[in-house]
Design a protein around this ligand. Structure first.
Ligand code: ADP
Ligand code: ASP
Ligand code: MG
Length: 816
């Protein structure tokens, strides 16, 4: 025979109960079964809530109770014939009448004992089991309901009663001996003491009831039917990549569930483990899925780590003081007072110096624990030997679990480096003496990120997820998005990188989709938004708290550049196309590099100079290999090169500038190019990368435009003003031609001095034939003294700039 347990989620609606009925039908054909049920959906939570409302004199419990009644009646109406409905609906109504009287009593007496609480919440399972019995018996005649309170006998510790196994096993065996029904339906979670008063086995206890029955009946298997396809490597609601574990040992399942994998209630394991009855975890909503088998033969021996679980709502209490060193009995007094007051300790750590002990307890116990401990040590505290206990809230415990952990080195190394490189601070660490788990305490708001990065480190070692947030979706930004989307499959396949674009923003609004934007939706979603978002883009990125986050700045905006420091401090890497950060104050530039190192993030800006050309990387490689750069000669403005190459004769200078802007070869404001400011920023960045401290003002700028035109109020005004300069440029062009030269805007650096300006470049010079929007840089170094190292190629344009950004992003993904 088999015992099947269906959880609240499986009984939440008429639709899911239909699935339950089909599973029962299928199984009952093959053998006799016992079916243990939880309350429907969130009914137990709702009953707890109703009781609290009544207790604090909030009359809304009455309307809430009506909703609860209606919920159950609706299920009956949908699944039962009219004839069958009457008796169950009258059972539901009379149960709700009793509930109302109990709640009224709590309301008027302003008193709520654990005994009353148990009486009230037991109605969840009483209702669900009665309803299911009626629904199943419509199709399987040999179905009967049995009240668990007549079988499972406990002590009188209401809300978490202890089972009297001798009595219970005897009751179950006796009942089964005369039980002819093919399907027996029982409520889980509920039980009774010797006086036949209702008790409960603790929240989540239906699993336990089912295990008690399975053990007493020597069932061949205990099946736990829930809303996920087994026990997963971690909670699948928080980590999309989590996978069901096919086989797991009782011990491993126990550790995982102790630390919060709530698919199975930890005490469940004990009764079935003693009899070696396997537990199967199955999905009601996908009954063909394999699920998980929990048994003695965990097979999967090659796997060091089986799963990761977590518990939220943890408080950490730290007892510290020099007076603790070498004194016997401190821990004993500490643990005794908590045990005497039924406060469960979830985790313990003690520093080897013995002057501090840390314990983790559930948040709801922390106030009480604090007072109890301070009271126990009041003498030591008043003598300043021990400090009053320190309490930290809003924490969570994470545990990695595996039977094979003790024989493998490096588990904790992998765990802590995954957390460290994602800027997740660990408050306390403990390793179970059995070496089947390592657990650590972290802030609650880091749980999702921590689970994802630890999961990636242990289970997806081959695939690394990068979460990309783009600011600026104009020409270059748009190209970058399409390049990333187009290459997504290739990156996964060839580089084991899962690059997800999670956020996009323009100057007015942003759009974020945690699961990654797909091809078509981001533009529509971004433009749909008329209003500014309430929270800034940066705050929204930080709040998402994703592992391996990368912020890509494809704007030319100072405000965006000012955000880098804060992002880096949160271990969010920055890829900048925007040159402002690297060309502003030297100390700020250095600070960003320092922050990147400190917070294990990357700060990359290859596209600051020469768009997609590998110029900055080359300088960095020269320097790190011990070379020294002595001189740089360069044409660094694709825009100016384009303009002067187009300007041969015929069209007016001003017309060509406009054309360059329209084709996306200039900065959004072409004055930045024509003033030489853009080129000055670029040579500044190269000099800094070469290891020299230099400020923008030190770069000599030989202007080619009269000052007035650069001070125009708007880009349009500027165009009207440079029309007046057409004559001036025509003269320059004629002069260049006369000297058999071309006009090139050149940046130079030598002997600590740098300048930018328009030059006549004679025929034969390497820069003379520089075409289109190309850039060229010649580096003279200690190693390249005679013949410079030259990098040349397209230095502007949306496609090449986007591919430079792409390369930076991939570089972050490839870093370990
Ligand atoms: P039921 O209503 O069937 O009792 P529960 O809500 O108690 O179901 O337990 C199932 C839930 O446990 C899943 O929906 C999932 O969110 C959560 N869970 C937490 N950790 C894990 C894990 N490691 N594997 C599977 N589910 C998990
Ligand atoms: N209904 C109870 C609870 O929600 C028991 C269970 O579902 O396991 O805690
Ligand atoms: Mg459960």
């Amino acid at each position: 025979m088999k015992v099947l347990k269906f959880g609240g989620s499986s009984l939440a609606s008429a639709a899911s109960i239909k699935l339950v009925r089909a599973i029962i039908k299928h199984q009952a054909i093959q053998q006799k079964i016992w079916v243990v049920v939880s309350a429907s959906g969130k009914t137990t939570d709702n009953l707890v809530n109703l009781t609290q409302l009544a207790h604090v004199k909030d009359e809304s419990y009455k309307t809430e109770l009506k909703l609860l009644e209606q919920h159950h009646i609706t299920i009956c109406k949908e699944l039962l014939t009219i004839g069958a409905q009457t008796s169950v609906i009258s059972f539901i109504k009379s149960s709700c009448n009793i509930l109302e009287q109990l709640l009224d009593a709590v309301y008027w007496l302003e008193d709520l004992s654990p005994k009353t609480q148990d009486k009230i919440i037991s109605f969840g399972e009483l209702l669900s089991a009665h309803i299911l019995e009626k629904i199943v018996s419509q199709e399987i005649e040999s179905t009967q309901y049995k009240d668990s309170r007549n079988l499972i006998k406990t002590n009188s510790h209401f809300t978490k009663a202890k089972v009297d196994f001798n009595l219970t096993n005897e009751n179950v065996k006796l009942f089964e001996a005369n039980n002819k029904a093919q399907v027996t339906i029982l409520g889980g979670f509920i039980s009774a003491n010797k006086n036949q008063e209702t008790t409960t086995l603790g929240r989540g206890g239906s699993d336990y009831s089912a295990a008690i029955y399975a053990a007493a009946l020597d069932a061949e298997v205990l099946e736990i039917w829930t809303d996920v396809s087994g026990l997963y490597t971690t909670n699948p609601k928080l980590v999309k990549q989590a996978k069901p574990i096919a086989n797991i040992s009782y011990e491993e399942a126990m550790e995982l569930s102790h630390f919060g994998a709530k698919v199975i209630y930890p005490p469940t394991i004990k009764p079935v483990l003693e009899k070696e009855i396997p537990i199967k975890i199955k999905n009601t909503f996908d009954s063909n899925a394999e699920g998980t088998i929990i048994s003695n033969s965990s097979n999967g021996k090659h796997q060091t780590i089986k799963g990761i679980s977590h518990i939220e709502g943890i408080s950490l209490l730290t007892l510290e003081g020099l007076g603790m060193i070498g004194i016997h009995g401190i821990s004993k007094r500490l643990f005794e007072v908590l045990a005497d007051n039924h406060i469960n300790i979830v985790m313990i750590t003690q520093a080897s110096s013995e002057h501090s002990i840390c314990i983790a307890v559930a948040k709801e116990n922390s106030k009480n624990a604090e007072q109890l401990i301070n009271n126990v040590f009041k003498n030591e505290i008043s003598e300043h030997l021990i400090q009053p206990i320190i309490v930290e809230n809003d924490l969570a415990i994470l545990a990695v679990v595996g039977d094979q952990m003790k024989s493998h080195q490096g588990v904790s190394g992998t765990l802590f480096s995954a957390l460290g490189s994602n800027n997740i601070n660990i408050r306390a660490i403990a390793q179970g003496a059995s070496e089947k788990n390592i657990s650590c305490v972290i802030k609650s708001n880091n749980v999702k990120k921590a689970l994802n990065c630890i999961h990636a480190a242990f289970f997806e070692a081959h695939i690394k997820e990068l979460n990309v947030f783009i600011a600026g979706v104009g020409n270059v930004g748009g190209k970058l998005i399409s390049q990333l989307q187009q290459q997504q499959a290739y990156l996964k396949e060839a580089l084991n990188l899962n690059v997800k674009i999670v956020g996009v923003a323009n100057s007015k609004q942003y759009y974020i989709n945690e699961n990654g934007l797909n091809n078509s939706d981001w533009q529509a979603n971004l433009s749909k938004k008329k209003e500014n978002n309430d929270v800034s883009y940066y705050d929204a990125i930080a709040a998402l708290n994703k592992q391996n986050s990368v912020f890509v700045d494809v704007t030319a905006n100072e405000g965006v550049a000012n955000s880098y420091a804060d992002l880096l401090r949160k271990s969010i890497s920055v890829v900048a196309c925007n040159k402002i950060a690297c060309s502003s104050d030297y100390n700020d530039y250095k600070e960003l590099k320092y922050l990147a190192k400190k917070y294990k993030a990357s700060f990359l800006y290859e596209t600051n100079v020469g768009a997609g050309l590998p110029i900055i990387k080359t300088v960095q490689n020269l320097i790190s290999s011990g070379d020294q750069i002595t001189e740089i000669q360069a044409v660094l403005s694709g825009s100016l090169n384009f303009i002067f190459n187009e300007y041969t004769n015929g069209e007016l200078f001003s017309t060509i500038v406009k054309k360059a802007q329209d084709e996306g070869y200039t900065e959004p404001d072409p004055r930045i190019d024509l003033s030489g400011k853009d080129v000055a920023r670029k040579i500044l960045i190269l000099i800094r990368e070469a290891g020299t401290r230099i400020e923008f003002e030190a770069i000599k700028n030989n202007p080619m435009l009269p000052k007035g035109s650069l001070e125009a109020a708007s880009v349009n005004d500027f165009y009207s003003l440079i029309k007046a300069e057409n004559e001036h440029f025509k003269k320059l062009l004629l002069e260049a031609k006369k000297q058999d030269s071309k006009l090139k805007y050149v940046a130079s650096y030598k002997d600590g001095r740098a300048s930018v300006g328009l030059q006549f470049i004679p025929k034969g010079h390497p820069f003379y034939n520089l075409e289109g929007k190309d850039n060229i840089v010649s580096f003279y170094t200690n190693r390249y003294q005679e013949q410079p190292l030259i990098i040349k190629g397209a230095g502007a344009g949306a496609d090449v700039t986007a591919s430079g950004l792409f390369a930076d992003i991939i570089q972050i993904g490839s870093a370990s």
